[in-house]
Structure formats: structure tokens, C-alpha cells
Design a protein around this ligand. Structure first.
Ligand code: GAL
Length: 433
């Protein structure tokens, strides 16, 4: 099996936080001396746009910015974040800014379709291939990752990490108290869920729409297997097949075991239910690991993890990256930022806190905890498939059609209509006939 990464209105609350702007040291020289030469390196303001506002992800970003500020103390960083997990709100704000000719210095964007189909094909980005050549990065990034960052012979962004989407997190104390093992298969999941329900514990924590889509993609993967799942996005798997029906029925059944207030919860609030012990499990990307740790939990002590039901041997992957918008203010500072994003030092500061593994292959493994080391091992040997919800698998318009179909399904629980909507979304995307 090739380990190829498959081609991979809102309340717009803009929280712009001015990070510590390290001022150059006050000169102590006598006032009669000639003015000192301007400090080396870029200066001025640099706006970094992301949606990293929750526990773990915000601290990870701070750690990366710290590395940047140590190397470029004369740049004043504006940490511009738009709250809303998975970037659902940030992407809308960004699109408006890009259309209006007001790009930030650099912005978070998922590797794959989200990057290429949106801003690259529209001619709004500058290629960054030169950074890969100058930094020797062509040798330290996996070729499959470089492939999904590439278009028309150029590379278009700098990835800081690899996240895994198909992880089931569980409260170890609840599992021990109820003599349970983490469910490996869908059938195991339903058995465990029944036991938990009988014990008065919500089996599965769930949140707002995008977290439902996230759960849904892991159910597709767990039911169809990696080849079947990946084929959904290339037209090789038939959306009308009985296997897909089975996946939709599994998803439908899973929804019987979630917290009632799911629609009102963000991903981190849903994860918090597992910490509080009101829910036993959560299916979420490994940014949840960053969240658990930010709340003082230790991997393997208070929380455990397993591939989401049925998905052992598959790694549902996504990557956060940063790019160079055309017309970015303070281009020199943006390039300095991208160099830090692509550096081993930057990635080794960011990822152990973020709950992701480095995109570079030469990281210092000893800096990563047990969960992250296991993720590194799985990434090296599992079949890699692209995440839908996190921008890798499908064009944004197709992704949105799936989000809409999931939303409707959650409201009406009509499996037939759901399958029809999904099948026609593939046709509309031009991938299925
Ligand atoms: C994902 C992103 C992660 C994390 C998560 C929750 O889309 O790739 O880095 O931020 O959303 O916000």
C-alpha cells in the first residue's frame, strides 16, 4: 500500500492580542555619539492569523511565537486569532480579508485542498519553494506531504505539524471503575456504550456541527477501512454502496449515546465533559491531547487513547501550515516567521504542547510524551488517509456539502436521505458520475 497522503455568519469575534513586543535594549551610549546602525533582521509589525484559542492550541502557538521573538526581537507580533474550532469562523473572516486585499502577514491553513483549491488557484499566494531549497527542507519533510503542498511545480506553504483525527480518548478512572477496555471495533463500542449508559454516564461526548462531521468521518473510516474511506474522495468508493449505508447506520446508532447539549458545545467543552467525568469518551483529533495536558492531565494516567472504533492501522491525517500571501504586509518578517515554522526548533517547541507530531522527520523524539511517540510510530507504519473536516480530502465546496448533509441528518435522522445527499455531493464535486 502506498503511504501516499491522498490529495489531501458567524459571530466574527476577532480577538487581536498584542504579544509582548520585545523592545530593543535602550542604548546606554553617550548622546554625543553618532546614531547606532539599525539592528539586523526584520522589524515592524507582523500579524499571524489563526484559530488557536482553546487550551493546548493557544499555548502551543505561544511557544512557537516565543521561538520567533527570541530570534527576531525587533518584530512586534500581532497574534490575531478568531475563535471557533477547526477554523469554521476564522476561514470566513480570512476569505473576506483576502478578497478585500487585506491579507494578514501569514495565516494558518490546512495542507491539501483547503490551501490549494482556495488561495493558490486564485493566485493569492506566493510560492515558498525557495525556503525549502535554502533551508534544506526538501530532505526533512516527507515527500507525500510536500506533494500535497505543491501545485504547478511550486510549494505553497510551510507545515508545522501532523495531526491525527481518528483518536478515541477516554477517562481511565471511569473505564477502570466499570471494568471496561477501550472499544476496538464498532460492536465493542456499542457494548461499552450500553454498559456506560446503564451506569448513568454519558458514553460519548459530542459538540457543535463540525465535531459531528469529525466523528462522522472517523465512522466512515472505521466502517469502510482506509482504502474504502480514501476512495470516497477519489470516486473509487461508491457512495451508494451498502458499506456506506452500514457506516451511516453506525453513525446514527452512535448518536444515541451522546450528551443532549452537544449542539451548544465547542470541541474543548465537549472534551471537558470527559475530564469532568460526565462523559467517558470523546472522538477528536489529537489537539484534544493538548487540551487534556493544558488542564493538568497526564497521558496514560488520567486519560487513555485508542484508534477510533474500527480504525486501527489507519491514520486519518491533517497538517496545519502557514503561507505567504501576495501583498502581505512586512514580507521580510513573514519570511522570518515561515523560517521559524519550518525549523526543527520551532516545531519541537510547538508540537509537544499542541498535541501534534512534527511535520519534519528529524525532530527530537525525547521531547514528546507517550501519546505523541505512539502517534509518531503509527504515522510511520499505518495507512495514511486524508481528513475531510480538516481540509485535506476534498475541495472546500464539497466539504461544505457534507457538513450540510450531516447537519440535516442530525436533525431528521433519515439515513436514506443522508446517503442520497452524500452521493449527489460527490457528483456535484465532479468526482463521481
Ligand atoms: C483543526 C486544526 C487543529 C486544531 C483544531 C481545533 O482544524 O488543524 O490545529 O486547531 O482544528 O481548533
Amino acid at each position: 500500500m502506498s503511504r501516499k497522503l491522498y490529495p489531501l455568519l458567524a459571530s466574527l469575534l476577532v480577538v487581536a492580542t498584542l504579544l509582548v513586543a520585545c523592545q530593543p535594549a535602550t542604548p546606554t551610549a553617550a548622546p554625543t555619539e553618532a546614531p547606532t546602525a539599525a539592528p539586523a533582521g526584520p522589524s515592524g509589525k507582523l500579524e499571524i492569523f489563526s484559530w488557536w484559542t482553546a487550551g493546548g492550541e493557544a499555548e502551543g502557538l505561544e511557544a512557537l511565537l516565543k521561538v520567533f521573538q527570541e530570534q527576531y526581537p525587533n518584530v512586534e507580533v500581532i497574534n490575531a486569532t478568531v475563535a471557533g474550532g477547526a477554523g469554521v469562523d476564522a476561514r470566513a473572516v480570512l476569505a473576506t480579508r483576502m478578497q478585500g486585499g487585506d491579507p494578514p502577514g501569514s495565516f494558518q491553513v490546512h495542507a491539501g485542498h483547503e490551501l490549494i483549491d482556495t488561495y493558490v488557484v486564485a493566485g493569492q499566494m506566493e510560492p515558498v519553494t525557495f525556503l525549502y531549497k535554502e533551508g534544506g527542507w526538501l530532505d526533512v519533510y516527507p515527500q507525500d506531504l510536500i506533494d500535497i503542498l505543491s501545485y504547478n511545480g511550486e510549494i505553497w506553504s510551510v507545515p508545522v505539524n501532523i495531526h491525527r483525527a481518528n483518536v478515541l480518548w477516554y477517562n481511565k478512572a471511569i473505564f477502570e471503575d466499570n471494568n471496561l477496555e477501550p472499544p476496538a471495533t464498532m460492536d465493542d463500542f456499542f457494548q461499552v456504550a450500553e454498559t456506560l449508559k446503564a451506569a448513568g454516564i454519558t458514553p460519548l461526548a459530542l459538540g457543535e456541527t463540525w465535531t459531528e462531521v469529525h466523528l462522522f468521518e472517523t465512522v466512515l473510516l472505521g466502517t469502510l477501512g482506509p482504502e474504502g474511506y480514501a476512495g470516497l474522495w477519489t470516486g473509487e468508493t461508491d457512495w451508494n454502496s451498502p458499506e456506506v449505508t452500514e457506516a451511516l447506520n453506525n453513525f446514527d446508532r452512535m448518536l444515541n449515546y451522546v450528551n443532549e447539549d452537544y449542539a451548544a458545545l465547542s470541541w474543548d467543552q465537549a472534551t471537558q465533559l470527559v475530564i469532568d467525568g460526565t462523559a467517558a469518551m470523546n472522538v477528536m483529533g489529537d489537539w484534544a491531547e493538548g487540551y487534556f495536558k493544558a488542564q493538568g492531565w497526564t497521558p496514560g494516567v488520567e486519560f487513555g487513547w485508542a484508534p477510533s472504533p474500527g480504525s486501527a492501522g489507519a491514520f486519518d491525517a491533517l497538517s496545519d501550515s502557514f503561507g505567504l500571501p501576495k501583498g502581505a504586509p512586512n514580507r521580510d518578517a513573514v519570511i522570518a516567521w515561515l523560517k521559524v515554522c519550518g525549523s526543527r526548533e520551532g516545531q519541537d517547541a510547538f508540537n509537544p504542547i499542541k498535541g501534534s507530531i512534527p511535520a519534519r522527520t528529524d525532530a527530537d523524539r525525547s521531547l514528546y510524551d507517550d501519546y505523541l511517540q505512539s502517534a509518531m510510530d503509527d504515522f510511520a507504519r499505518d495507512t495514511i488517509v486524508p481528513s475531510l473536516m480538516h481540509g485535506a480530502a476534498a475541495a472546500p465546496s464539497w466539504q461544505q456539502a457534507v457538513i450540510d448533509a450531516v447537519s440535516l441528518f442530525i436533525a431528521n435522522r433519515d439515513v436514506n436521505a443522508f446517503q442520497e445527499a452524500l452521493a449527489s455531493a460527490c457528483v456535484d464535486a465532479g468526482v463521481c458520475k
